[in-house]
Design a binder for this molecule. Sequence first.
Ligand code: GRF
Length: 210
Amino acid sequence: MELALKDRPLRLGILLSGRGSNFAAIAESIQAGRLKGVVIAVVISNVAEAGGLAKARELGLPTAVFVSKGRKRAEHDADVIACMRTHHVDLVCLAGYMRLLSQKFVAAFPQRILNIHPALLPAFPGLDAQTQAFDYGVKVAGCTVHFVDEHLDHGVIVAQRAIPVLETDDAHSLAERILVEEHIAYSEAIALVASGEYEIRGRRFVKRKS
Ligand code: GRF
């Protein structure tokens, strides 16, 4: 995959709908120098009141809002794609973006859209994954960062982090502990993708030997 841009930083376009803790963790990794060669080009939300947008503004990052409620998916996505293009986004990062992407969006950024899901895919896709996992009685839970394809929570897996489910856990405490791992996993996955040192073989994301 030729995403490594040796002469300039990789430009991220963040899409979020809510509190934005994953976005904040990515921003923190960049600021702390743990995620090198990467900048946040724009933070876009489909919800005007999203906490993540306020954080982005505090950090002085470019932001945009395209309210999706009541709009046709294709029209809304066209606005978002155009905004990503304006900001020269190389890699789109979904960070709690509570909206399915249209085919057109996925096609506009082939293997260039990452998502984070709070379960060890392919188990527990969809909403409330942590509760699904807890109620199912799994002994190991975790999170997955994957490329987005046309199916829900389905694309090639870039990174996963696992934790044990404790006897003392409830769905809430499990979700909190998974979130800690999400914040690590997302930056790790972006660093891997930004390095360009990988190949996709079938469904497998394989790091190139350095
Ligand atoms: C996270 O649990 C993420 O895995 C899921 O949505 C949640 C977003 O949380 N896709 P935040 O807005 O990043 O805090």
